[in-house]
Design a protein around this ligand. Sequence first.
Ligand SMILES: *[C@@H]1O[C@H](CO)[C@@H](O)[C@H](O)[C@H]1NC(C)=O
Ligand SMILES: *[C@@H]1O[C@H](CO)[C@@H](O)[C@H](O)[C@H]1NC(C)=O
Length: 380
Amino acid sequence: MAPCSSHLLWNGFFLNIIILSSISCTIGCYTAIFSFGDSLADTGNLVHMPQPGKLPPFVFPPYGETFFNHATGRCSNGRLVIDFIAEYLGLPFVPPYFGGSMKSFKEAGVNFAVAGATALDTAFLQERGIMNKLTNTSLDVQLGLFKQLLPALSSDHKKLLGNSLILLGEIGGNDYNHAFFGGVSTESIQDLVPYVVNIIGQAIKELIELGAITILVPGNLPIGCLPSYLTLFESLNKKEYDHSTGCLEWLNKFSEDHNEQLLAELKQIQKLHPHAKIIYADYYNAVMPLYHSPNQFGFTGGVLRACCGWGGTYNYNSSVECGNPLASVCDDPSLYMNWDGIHYTEAAYKLIFESVIEGSYSFPSFEALCNLDGKYFNHK
Ligand SMILES: *[C@@H]1O[C@H](CO)[C@@H](O)[C@H](O)[C@H]1NC(C)=O
Ligand SMILES: *[C@@H]1O[C@H](CO)[C@@H](O)[C@H](O)[C@H]1NC(C)=O
């Protein structure tokens, strides 16, 4: 077992050993997490921000029912991938920038991810007819908040960032979501991909210049398997579906295309910054086995129907979302992969975490960073 993992096991029993382990573990262990992204990583930002319209549905039960026993602003019934990463590293849950205290930031880092956030600026998207009703806190805005906060966090921010894990994403999914659900043509959305990937690349370069070394960058999920997309694009033409999973193939191809372009961008940046450790987290391929063999992973309730929602083939209706008192909620969310039509259940997030962080769905391997053999630096 990698040295970091054994420390983490102890941490579960003796919290005060955290201090010891951060001294004895020089690589692969992180003193803080800084996160940028959207609802896949939001641990409470959007709910602490002034809302122009109605409250988002995830401030209401049954969100959070499985782990926190109340709605925290996380878009799930429990913990997200970022929460499992924090637990794995022996850190407290990463506090949201909005609503978090300076004391908590110094203990765990800061989460800037905001549900609904896009990679591209609101204005850029608006010019292309893409509206975001939830938030204007795009990636650039999140980075701006981070840079403002940095001096208060540490007098030596290069050292702080160098010792931290940066979680950059998933981000970009909403640029496409807002566009698809706003009726923008698929060709125009396809044209957005290079812009989205470029802005993510810019953010990575900026973070490296600020001192970041380890940056974990998740790709997009297979959107053609999500109840929201399956409902919006439900088709009588069986050929549009992957017959072994029931997912919409053309939408999954869209996600794959984004991911390929993102991976190419990451390789490019890695070449420019050989000392950095840019890790691609392959969320897409981490979840595909769950769609292919649901029972094997315990999802006997189903993988294409949301646990919490209303009506239709996929238990999803955008006018009666999870959080609405009219929505129906499954008895046992751990038997379902999808929580609310868009986001996953805690059970699914835990499996993604295991595949990416402990398993083979990160490139280069995140786990290998904990081994002091230096092989990491030889990756292509
Ligand atoms: C986003 O900014 C525009 C002005 O540029 C404002 O009218 C709108 O209310 C903002 N939206 C959100 C969700 O904050
Ligand atoms: C969604 O729910 C609303 C309200 O119950 C209903 O009027 C509408 O027909 C539903 N939409 C679909 C596609 O079933």
